[in-house]
Design a protein around this ligand. Structure first.
Ligand SMILES: Nc1ncnc2c1ncn2[C@@H]1O[C@H](COP(=O)(O)OP(=O)(O)O)[C@@H](O)[C@H]1O
Ligand SMILES: [Mg+2]
Length: 233
């Protein structure tokens, strides 16, 4: 099946004692296998909320959400974690690497959760492959704080790829980087997409949003205009 994610009439309301925030309203979105989608819009428009729901880190208030045809709208926390580990790779603005672990061990981490599927040789093979993909084979024993910001983000990308997720969900990947390192990370995402990785990236930077194949604009929790149609096949 070509359709990877489908969101139907989704809404998210955050309620605190004094305040009700309608963070997302009537969101419809389909992401197909192989696509590269950008979600852009000003600060506070709901981008991170939408990405969190797509990654099953949070849940909608109403509406429906399907991954590979399976309804994941109302999973238990345990089932959501299982789907998340199997299907989703995350990349955040703050690289979220573990300072005490080497580059190798940071990237290996998601595989160690699947100890029954990956023995040590398989882990070494897969981690090496992913570090090659992001151009960091020569930094395998370094600790994160011995790397530049751009290199740290590329380690985070390798970690996101290592368990072969169905989609990479990327939130402001260049937010902590200077423009040169940011451009390199964006080039890497584009290369990964060309080799078949499905990507959904959130950014407030229009220049980076334009690099995606399908551009979604969000304003005040609503999609501004229908995503650009793409030819299939
Ligand atoms: N956990 C939360 N509790 C209450 N309000 C929240 C929470 N998370 C986000 N919001 C609110 O939802 C809206 C969208 O936030 P967010 O998705 O982080 O926007 P963006 O990523 O586009 O900057 C904002 O008004 C924000 O204050
Ligand atoms: Mg955000």
């Amino acid at each position: 099946m070509n359709e990877l994610l489908k969101i139907k009439n989704l809404a998210k309301i955050f309620e605190t004692e004094e305040l009700e925030t309608h963070a997302l309203k009537a969101i419809d979105l389909v992401i197909n296998k192989g696509d590269y989608v950008s979600i852009s819009g000003p600060s506070g428009c709901g981008k991170s909320t939408l990405l969190s729901i797509m990654g099953l880190l949070d849940f909608a208030t109403s509406g429906d959400y399907f991954i590979e045809g399976a309804n994941v709208t109302e999973l238990s926390l345990d089932d959501a974690a299982e789907v998340r580990n199997a299907k989703i790779g995350f990349i955040f603005q703050s690289f979220n690497l573990i300072d005490e672990l080497s580059v190798f061990d940071n990237v290996a981490l998601p595989l160690r959760y699947h100890a029954e599927k990956f023995n040590n040789d398989a882990i070494i093979k897969r981690v090496t492959e992913c570090l090659e993909q992001v151009g960091l084979s020569h930094r395998i024993s370094h600790k994160p704080n011995q790397l530049s910001g751009g290199q740290q983000q590329r380690v985070a990308i390798a970690r996101a790829l290592v368990a072969n997720p169905a989609i990479l969900l990327v939130d402001e990947p260049t937010g902590n980087l200077d423009s040169k390192a940011g451009d390199q990370v964006m080039d890497l995402l584009e290369t990964l997409n060309k080799s078949g990785t499905t990507i959904c990236m959130v950014t407030h930077d229009p220049r980076y949003a334009d690099m995606a194949k399908t551009k979604v604009r969000l304003l005040d929790g609503t999609i501004l205009k229908a995503p650009t149609e793409k030819m299939t096949g």
